[in-house]
Design a protein around this ligand. Structure first.
Ligand code: AMP
Ligand code: GLY
Length: 428
């Protein structure tokens, strides 16, 4: 029987622990630092810090058989390198490969070098040149998206409504709004279409897509309001037709794998391609080097085969031997967020009621931003707090079931969208 270390504390990591717990090979899961939901299925451990060496020392002490790194920050810091160096297989790319998410400029260069379709762009290190470029783009009738190069906790992308906003975004970036992450700025052409998330496993030799999914980035119904980390998701995404998936496989996934090999990159883990399905075909908005959140919370519950098996084989470069079996049943997950999310200040510290009642309906409740209270209850402690998932024989029932779960849960200031997955029901 195997022991596994999972690194992270969000809804994504709860869903990964849930999948690992169901894997027949798994004995004990350690989660650093975890959260109160994860604590029901794993031993949560808070280390003095999240440095690669600290994580590696813990993995070695516990003699785990596999380490799974959830978020981008430890990957970009080199946690995979350090844990692998003590002889433990790691699911998650090394630091040099994590730059595909850690630097948007690096990522765009990779796409262009390997012929992966993406928005046209230019990279800037000073405001006046960036502003001049924006003016010339709008003069030519093209709209822009401004992106801080580095990791900015999901806030570094500004989809400008007009030229003035784009210029303000550039000034904010260079003015230090995103710290060091904004010292380099990527300006992209605005792509129009419907988004989808294609996540694939790769060990550098083989690439295997997971079932498709679609996130809802905006805070409010009908895709209004500010961008968030994601307010809900569903799987599969009907926008990913067989034709779209075939094209993504040819022009994104296969070229990604060829690019990794040509550039001598060590890549073992998930590659997440954020796709815009435009009228000229699918184009990559961004690469992430980890599972999506909340996509994971609707995708992993559909996996019938052992998550541990497929992760270990990916970590050991034996992915070709893995066999992924998916449920035909679709899934929906709804994010329940704190008042004040995403702009802040967050309205935190309220007791959450009804989680068990929600679970009794057959929904799965993943914890994302909760904290344990002295009385045994949990309170909201982050922006996204809970993610409620339902897998059902059809999409309409999955939506209904997920919202039935949501309806049982209450805390002061709670907010969620009421139209998640509505688009999946539209006839195409
Ligand atoms: P990210 O924070 O990198 O996940 O990007 C956030 C969101 O910004 C994406 O999911 C898209 O909705 C949007 N976005 C990023 N790049 C573009 C683009 N070139 N055109 C249109 N929307 C974009
Ligand atoms: N759901 C978007 C992300 O994980 O980046």
């Amino acid at each position: 029987m195997a022991d596994v270390l999972v690194i992270g504390n969000g809804g994504r990591e709860h869903a990964l622990c849930y999948g690992l717990k169901k894997s027949p090979e798994v004995n004990q899961i350690y989660c650093v630092p975890g959260n109160p939901g994860i604590a029901q299925i794993a031993e949560c451990v808070k280390l003095e810090n999240m440095n690669p060496e600290t994580l590696a020392a813990f993995a070695k002490e516990k003699k785990v058989d596999l380490a799974v790194i959830g978020p981008e920050a430890p990957l970009c810091d080199g946690a995979a390198d350090a844990i692998r160096a003590v002889g433990i297989p790691v699911f998650g790319p090394v630091k040099a490969s994590a730059r595909l998410e850690g630097s948007k400029d690096f990522s765009k260069q990779f796409m262009v070098r390997h012929g992966i379709p993406t928005a046209r762009y230019q990279t800037f290190t000073s405001a006046p040149e960036a502003e001049a470029y924006i003016r010339s783009e709008y003069a030519a009738g093209r709209e822009t998206v401004v992106k801080a190069d580095g990791l900015a906790a999901g806030k570094g992308v500004i989809v400008a409504a007009n030229e003035a906003e784009a210029i303000q975004a550039v000034r904010d970036c260079f003015g230090g709004q995103f710290g060091n992450a904004g010292a380099v700025v990527v300006i992209e052409e605005l792509l129009i279409g419907e988004e989808a998330s294609i996540l694939a496993l790769t060990d550098g030799k083989t690439i295997v897509p997971l079932v498709s999914s679609q996130d809802h980035k905006r805070l409010l119904n009908e895709d209004m309001g500010p961008n968030t980390g994601g307010m809900g998701a569903y799987s599969p995404a009907p926008v990913v037709t067989k034709e779209v998936m075939d094209e993504v496989t040819e022009t994104v996934l296969k070229r990604f794998l060829a690019g990794v090999q040509k550039d001598n990159m060590d890549y073992r883990g998930i590659i997440y391609a954020g796709i815009m399905v435009t009228k000229d075909g699918p184009k990559v908005l961004e690469f992430n080097v980890r599972f999506g959140d909340p996509e994971t919370e609707c995708v992993i519950p559909r996996l019938k085969s052992s998550l541990y098996d497929v992760m270990l084989k990916t970590a050991e470069c034996r992915l070709a031997e893995a066999d992924l079996v998916w449920s035909e049943e679709p899934s929906v997950c709804i994010v329940m967020a704190s008042g004040g999310y995403p702009a802040g200040p967050l309205d935190k510290g309220h007791t959450i009621y009804g989680i068990e009642e929600a679970e009794k309906t057959g929904a799965i409740v993943f914890h994302a931003g909760t904290t344990a209270q002295a009385d045994g209850n949990v309170a909201n402690s982050g922006g996204r707090v809970l993610v409620v998932t339902k897998v059902a024989p059809n999409m309409a029932d999955a939506i209904k079931g997920a919202y039935e779960g949501v309806s049982k849960i209450k805390w002061e200031g709670e907010q969620h969208r009421t139209d998640i997955a509505k688009r999946a029901l539209i006839k195409r």
